[in-house]
Ligand binder design. Structure first.
Ligand code: ACM
Length: 544
């Protein structure tokens, strides 16, 4: 008995808090230390104090704490943050945190709470760690342990993608998705807005993109490999209005989330050519917006290189940049079948005139044109790795959805990369091998594979190219995700694993420990969000 007490006393002295209230975080912070002193008592009388740096973030913080705990804290704006107020939370803009982007320090002791950062993302990231320490229920006060956290991300780009073409989701869900990103300390939402099956943003310059391209006559039922193919016969579609998009952009900006829109060209353009056949290799054809999945080489969906098309591209990308403020704009560039260009005499004549030796050079030509239009608006291009097949200018950022060899080929040419490999960062792949599990495209990307993925493959280190990888992203193609609950089921808990794979240094990662933190800190959050998730992640491992 005496020995047990003695051990306990040492532990208490060391940490000042019992093991129960040692908080756990996802993603795992760079450094955290329990302090050997008494903690802070948070009540409805605790003020949030800041200067004018982060007004919107202070109100965001107030709202989040109130909806999570029922404690409605007053917000106070002061002209100088030099003097600390006892018993308050201080949001401090300080150059100490300027050493790295998104850096934050969170210090909690009996007298005060300090959240120190030097940019919006830093302060938002610190708020997420703070909120992971609070209960997910209404309370009258909260005892917070004395703690110091010093934290910053491993990668500059940490993204999640969402395809709203195959299925479209309400504005409230897009905001909820942005909240998922914020909570997990991602910084980029890649919004896939156009594809063969629909056009999902409001356009002024080419109105048929909304009256025709935003709607399809039916949707495939079941898996696209099923024979015979079956369709539901229901008109499906819609698009986000400019007002809705602005509302979403504002919502994201408060949370420090960059929204990168994708307008996918020169393939994946079936919806656009259904509205404007003159942009296709067969202007005499009446195309229909696609009702099936997996168009590559099966149905014509490419833009033809002619004057009308390039005028269209210039106008539409300018309109896109007027709406979206991100420095990078995604131009797609993936899975562009060369077949339709090969079969078209007008395309072949264009290539000859421009001295383009093959269809890969034509693909590069398209990307160069659009990258040039983006430059006119002061923006840069990002595209899927196929755009690096030809001799493209290396200022374009490559999003690699292939394997390490494709990434390495792009890095050797001088491109910087965002890693979003199909294996394991595609969440339209199965997360179990249970035949009764939810329908997915193919593949097997279980939670552990997602967690263990290192965005910098060994070959990059060997060749001195590690610096070329600026981050990673998981992609959510929604062919088999008709409703938000389906999306939730496919992303959770895998998205939580990606967040740690992109934030936390390799030496601080530990899968069994992650599972524990997932279960204490994150799964209750899925419940709090009223989200669905895949619960069989412990059963389905790497070797299944
Ligand atoms: C892709 O999966 N086609 C980017």
């Amino acid at each position: 008995m005496i020995r047990i007490l003695a051990v306990f006393a040492i532990v208490s002295l060391q940490y000042g808090a019992s093991a129960q209230n040692k908080p756990s975080f996802v993603p795992q912070p760079v450094r955290m230390q329990m302090l050997p002193e008494k903690g802070f008592l948070l009540t409805a009388a605790t003020s949030i104090i800041t200067d004018s740096s982060w007004k919107a973030q202070a109100y965001y913080f107030q709202q989040e704490i109130a909806s999570q705990t029922g404690l409605s804290l007053p917000v106070q704006f002061v002209t100088s943050m030099k003097k600390l107020v006892p018993g308050a939370i201080h949001l401090i803009n300080d150059s100490i945190a300027r050493q790295r982007e998104e850096y934050y320090i969170l210090q909690i002791n009996e007298q005060t709470i300090k959240l120190i950062a030097s940019d919006i993302r830093g302060v938002i990231n610190g708020m997420q760690s703070f909120m992971q320490m609070l209960p997910l229920k209404a309370v009258s006060s909260i005892e917070l342990p004395a703690i110091e956290i010093l934290d910053y991300p491993r990668f500059a780009y940490r993204g999640m993608h969402l395809d709203v073409v195959r299925h479209i989701f309400p504005v409230v869900y897009i905001k909820k998705y942005i909240d998922y990103l914020t909570f997990h300390k991602f910084n980029t939402f890649h919004w896939h807005l156009t594809d063969d099956q629909g056009w999902r943003w409001e356009v002024s310059s080419y109105p048929k993109l909304n009256s025709i391209a935003s709607w399809r006559d039916a949707t495939l039922i079941g898996h696209f490999k099923d024979q015979p193919a079956r369709y539901d016969g229901k008109r499906y579609g819609g698009f986000y209005t400019k007002a809705e998009i602005r509302e979403i952009l504002e919502y994201a900006a408060v949370r420090g989330i960059t929204v990168i829109p994708e307008l996918d060209i020169p393939g994946h353009s079936r919806a656009a050519i259904a509205a404007y056949p003159e942009f296709s290799t067969r202007p005499d054809t009446t195309w229909k917006v696609a009702t099936t999945w997996g168009m590559y080489n099966r149905q014509n969906n490419v833009l033809a290189p002619n004057e009308a098309t390039f005028t269209f591209l210039r106008t539409i990308f300018h309109e896109l940049t007027e709406l979206f403020p991100s420095s990078y704009i995604h131009l797609g560039g993936d899975e562009c079948s060369k077949r339709w260009w090969k079969e078209d005499p007008a395309t072949q004549a264009f290539m000859k005139k421009k001295g383009l030796k093959d269809e890969t050079a034509l693909q590069t030509y398209f990307i160069e044109q659009v990258a040039g239009y983006l430059k006119e608006s002061g923006r840069k291009a990002i595209g899927w790795h196929e755009i690096a097949e030809g001799a493209l200018d290396t200022t374009t950022l490559i999003m690699n959805w292939g394997d390490d060899s494709q990434a390495l080929a792009a890095a050797r040419k001088g491109f910087s990369l965002v890693m979003s490999p199909g294996k394991p960062f595609y969440f339209d792949h199965y997360q179990s091998k249970d035949p009764k599990d939810s329908l997915a495209i193919h593949g097997y990307n279980p939670l552990e594979a997602v967690y263990q993925y290192d965005p910098v493959p060994a070959a990059f280190h060997r060749e001195g190219l590690a610096y070329k990888v600026i981050g990673g992203q998981a992609n959510v193609w929604t062919e088999y995700m008709e409703y938000p609950t389906r999306v939730d089921y496919m992303i959770f808990p895998r998205m939580s694993a990606v967040s740690e794979a992109l934030w936390t240094a390799t030496e601080n990662k530990n899968y069994p420990d992650f599972l524990k933190r997932l279960e204490t800190t994150v799964i209750p959050r899925y419940q709090y969000w009223n989200s669905s998730w895949f619960s069989g992640y412990r059963k389905w491992g790497l070797r299944d």
